[in-house]
Design a protein around this ligand. Structure first.
Ligand code: SAM
Length: 381
């Protein structure tokens, strides 16, 4: 496909996304209907679609339209590639006079929803603009070295032998940033043998911040696919339980645990195995720290949904706290940048639970390289 044809394909996919289809599904459907598209074409169309979703407001302003065509035209203008709209072959038609576009301003230029700016300002202060800018770009690909299977240097060497170049990342001793060959990771022998997992660097830093020790009874209460469950298991020999309100999200966890060489017990009733020495609540949240990876989330979030999430987080903390043994730990993590889900939530928990104290709190933003994350670590008296 020519670059122009790829732009036209991205416009079609974006129109379906704007009509309500999830980006992944729209891309899969396009891929199925486009047998002529090679792997390079698919990757390029995918990148265009996700870039347009990350920069949706500014691209719409620059491109003079909010539909797929306006977004891709705006992206191309921002990149000095407007000439791709040539009308030749399968390329999109040249811009009409009505598509002159304009410079984006304010929250539009930051590619943020207006309603969220005050809360982001309260949360990030002067870092608001640089963080918003970081959220407009693609996230790096990070790997977690599985220390139960070998060293970081060993994993790097194995990956390099398969054309995947990495460098250690300062956020965690287990974190490698992929600088070349990211698309080959999941088909590599190193990955298949469990030497590395795909995991964001801040997510790894959150787990590294937990006081895990040999023999501890640990509950991962919002385990999802088990990213943090496995990261915890690799740091110490634990007795580990994983729970999720949607158990099907943990469907792959037994297989992943096997590949990583660790044992995890899935439980629908975590109370039955209490008390735990440490419980991790990796709570459902706005996802605002990971909007580089899930840009649709940035436009989907509403004030009502955010308020609902804050209520869900508090209810989960209230359920889990009694399951922790006296002297034990409760880690509350979100991939959110918002104070209402982080520091405010931690203070509200302390207000409701006098037998607990806050030991540490750490915040990460994409400015450190990984996703935005927050960890509050409580200890029970
Ligand atoms: C941020 S995700 C977890 C990600 C996972 N820990 C990881 O590292 O890959 C939050 C998870 O919480 C689960 N969840 C939502 N409400 C819950 C609840 N009330 N109790 C337990 N889990 C819940 C969701 O199904 C989702 O899988």
């Amino acid at each position: 496909m020519t670059p122009g044809a790829r732009a036209a394909a991205a416009i079609g996919v974006l129109d379906r996304v704007l009509a309500g289809e999830a980006a992944e599904k729209a891309l899969t459907n396009w891929g199925r209907a486009s047998r002529f598209a090679g792997s390079g074409d698919r990757a390029a169309v995918r990148d265009l679609v996700y870039d347009a979703l990350r920069q949706r407001r500014s691209a719409a302003a620059l491109g003079g339209g909010e539909a797929g065509r306006g977004l891709v035209l705006g992206l191309m203008r921002a990149n000095g590639q407007e000439a791709l709209f040539s009308g030749e072959g399968h390329a999109p038609a040249p811009p009409a006079a009505s598509e002159a576009g304009r410079e984006p301003v304010g929250a539009e230029a930051l590619d943020l929803p207006d309603w969220l700016v005050p809360e982001l300002e309260r949360s990030l202060g002067e870092r608001l603009a640089p963080v918003a800018e970081a959220l407009r770009a693609r996230a790096p690909v990070f790997l977690r070295v599985n220390l139960a299977r070998g060293t970081a240097a060993g994993a790097q060497a194995a990956l390099a032998g398969e054309g995947i170049v990495t460098r250690p990342h300062p956020l965690a001793d287990t974190a490698l940033e992929v600088v070349e060959g990211a698309r080959r990771v999941q088909v590599s022998d190193a990955y298949r043998a469990g030497l590395v997992e795909l995991q964001d660097a801040s997510s790894q830093a959150v787990v590294a911040g937990l006081p895990l020790a040999e023999g501890m009874r640990v509950l991962d209460h919002c385990a999802g696919g088990g990213g943090k469950t496995l990261a915890m298991a690799a740091r110490a020999k634990l007795r580990l339980w994983a729970h999720d309100a949607a158990p099907r999200r943990m469907a792959d966890l037994p297989e992943r645990a096997k590949r990583a060489g660790v044992k995890v017990t899935l439980t629908e009733r975590p109370e039955a195995s209490a008390p735990y020495d440490l419980a991790l609540v990796d709570a459902p949240c706005s996802g605002s720290g990971s909007w580089r990876r899930d840009p649709e989330g940035k436009w989907r979030l509403t004030p009502a949904r955010l308020a609902e999430l804050v209520g869900i987080q508090a209810a989960i903390l209230d359920r889990v706290a009694p399951m922790v043994a006296p002297g034990g730990w409760l880690g509350y993590a979100t991939c959110s940048l918002l104070r209402v889900e982080n520091g405010d939530q931690a203070q509200a928990f302390l207000g409701r639970h006098p037998g607990w104290r806050l030991e540490t709190e750490r915040s990460f933003t994409p400015l450190e390289g990984g996703d935005g994350f927050h960890l509050a670590l409580f200890r029970r008296s």
